[in-house]
Write a protein that binds this ligand. Structure first.
Ligand code: NAD
Length: 372
């Protein structure tokens, strides 16, 4: 496979994560050509130039269009705020580039659909940044469920909490603007939805209540501005299988740093996982003497691919950024025409439809079916 030319738009939290992944994917996996970091785009020229030097990109632009139009770029990583995803993605696909766009796919269902249509028309690979599904621990949970280790899944609970918006005095930012979406639904719920998709299947109906812990936030320039998004959402759902579930998300939850706590209950056992302890999972199997039954902790290691690509020693642990390295390898696999473990735009649109159904449910105060 020839070396892929990489374009990157946005260099904040996720932009750096993508850049690290593109830098690390070849040495980590050892079976792909090292991507060429060709062109980086930022909101202005000076930031672009500084970040290109830091992250190892050959060219820098203050205009993102120069990145998608660069003939040496094959894949564009889009890591800008949510409201830019649709326009940048569609332009990149129309310019003949593969796209790796951060979640959420878009801020409206119409935009997400337009992105899928553009991807299908281009014939290029279009994938989303749903890195948590790449964790070897999560992949192992999927394998265990597939092998029937916990029987038939009948109930699922997920909680996703962080505290980066818990401080009422933190300044108003783009995540509190309606232009970025609904709030905790697009920002957080989409991740658990990606996990549910790969572990237990599609969400088919929802009932939702959203909440705002703070009505307004201070502006950096002085004064304050009304908060337009909801930082909290409480969701009950049904899966295609008929199993019931709940999903609680809160980005103003003091003390929680990166919690995605999953409990999956089946007819013969249960599985537990929490992203804050991302190198372990817990398995309960209703087997053997009752007096000896209990959850056992499985630490991930070389028996849980692709952990072995990172470290030869079990139990030493991967980190959040490593999940992006795995996602980059899967994307490269898909570009090479091989099967890959990725959330592409068709599945991404299903996740978006669930999010918009959740918002409709909150507005109408009742159960809503998620369109397929
Ligand atoms: P951020 O604010 O840290 O970074 C955004 C970057 O985009 C900034 O560097 C900004 O200057 C740049 N930017 C803004 N407008 C631009 C423009 N017109 N042209 C070029 N660059 C522009 O934000 P973030 O936390 O990195 O979030 C970015 C995206 O990543 C969001 O959609 C978010 O939902 C997603 N995200 C995903 C994960 C994950 O786990 N997959 C985690 C965090 C964020």
């Amino acid at each position: 496979m020839k070396s892929l030319g990489i374009g990157l738009i946005g260099t904040g939290y996720m932009g750096k994560c993508h850049a690290l992944a593109w830098n690390a994917v070849a040495p980590t996996f050892g079976d792909v050509a090292r991507p060429k970091l060709v062109h980086l785009g930022e909101a202005n020229e000076s930031l672009a130039t500084r970040k290109a030097a830091e992250l190892g990109f050959a060219r820098a632009s203050g205009d993102w269009r120069a990145v998608v139009e660069d003939p040496e770029v094959d894949v564009v990583s889009i890591t800008t705020p949510n409201q830019f995803h649709a326009e940048m993605t569609i332009a990149a696909l129309q310019a003949g580039k593969h796209v790796w766009c951060e979640k959420p796919m878009a801020t409206s269902e119409a935009d997400a659909l337009a992105m899928l249509v553009a991807a299908q028309a281009s014939g290029k690979v279009a994938a989303l940044g749903y890195n948590y599904i790449q964790n070897p621990a999560v992949r192992h949970m999927r394998a265990l469920i597939g092998q029937g280790a916990i029987g038939t899944v009948n109930h699922v609970r997920v909680e996703m909490d962080e505290d980066f918006m818990a401080d009422a005095s933190a300044p108003f930012g783009w995540k509190s603007e309606a232009a970025s979406g609904y709030g905790a639904l697009d920002d957080f719920a989409v991740h658990p939805l990606s996990l549910l998709t790969v572990l237990v299947g599609r969400v088919t109906s929802v009932v939702v209540d959203m909440a705002k812990p703070y009505a307004e936030r201070p502006l950096a320039s002085g004064g304050s501005r009304a908060v337009e998004t909801h930082d909290i959402a409480n969701i009950l759902f049904r899966l295609e299988s008929g199993a019931s579930g709940s999903l609680l998300v809160n980005r103003s939850a003091w003390g929680r740093k990166g919690r995605i706590a999953i409990q999956i209950f089946g007819s013969e056992g249960a599985l537990l996982y929490d992203q804050e302890r991302m190198n372990e999972l817990q398995l309960f199997q209703a087997r053997g003497p009752v007096a000896e039954q209990g959850f056992r902790t499985i630490l991930t290691g070389t028996a849980h691919p692709p952990y072995d690509r990172f470290i030869p020693a079990p139990g030493h642990g991967l980190g959040f950024n490593d999940l992006k390295v795995i996602e980059a390898r899967e994307l490269m696999r898909r570009i090479a025409g091989e099967p890959a473990h990725l959330i592409e735009f068709a599945t991404g649109l299903q996740i978006e439809r669930a999010v918009h159904a959740m918002a409709r449910s909150h507005a109408m105060r009742g159960w809503v079916d998620v369109p397929e």
